[in-house]
Design a protein around this ligand. Sequence first.
Ligand SMILES: [Zn+2]
Length: 235
Amino acid sequence: MKRRRTYYQVLFVRADAPQEIIKSSYRTLMQQLNAHPDRGGDADEAALINRAYAVLTDAGKREAYDRELRSQYEAAVAAREQTRTAAPLPQVGTTCPFCSSTHPHKKGIPADAVCVTCESPLSLAGREHVDVTGLRKTRRIDKRSKLLFYVRWPQTRPGTGFTSDISPRGIMFETVTELPVGSILKIECSRFSAIAHVVNCRDAGKFLRPNWKIGVQFVTLRFKSSRGTFVSDLA
Ligand SMILES: [Zn+2]
């Protein structure tokens, strides 16, 4: 589907362009069009340029147009969020969601069950103990702590990352590696281990300094020690 150009794109100006810039760009575009009157589609293009010009040079109309663009943008963002959350979370069936080994738990997986091959937890029961409000005493996940992640099994050198946010559903972490949405990871850190599903991957790097913000949802989760009660890092 071809995206419709905004009036700013039609006039080749930035969204914060002052009137003088809009006017001069308009004049240039119309001159170019008039210099080639035999080019196909020019009448439509001229009409579009005129419409864009009429809106962007009228303060009230421009403001209303900007509002409309913003709400379209927000609707598009919301739609993307929905497709993300609608993507099915892998389920623990008869095999480990990370390494695909079969496990012996035919009827119900115990909360502390781990995969005999990759040692990933097999149950999501741990999630019930994650409390980001810190009001209840429960298990702690540090808001900023080092973690290791595996993208396949076996993998001798796992990737490293740092958690930057937590929620009962999952975590955000930063790493130098891009991880495609939909990837399944095995995550290990001092407090917990998990199998997680990448739901977003955002480029937050700078030139020659790669940095990716990875959002994952827990598929399984298990805390490593029952010692220590929880004080929220978000509070
Ligand atoms: Zn496994």
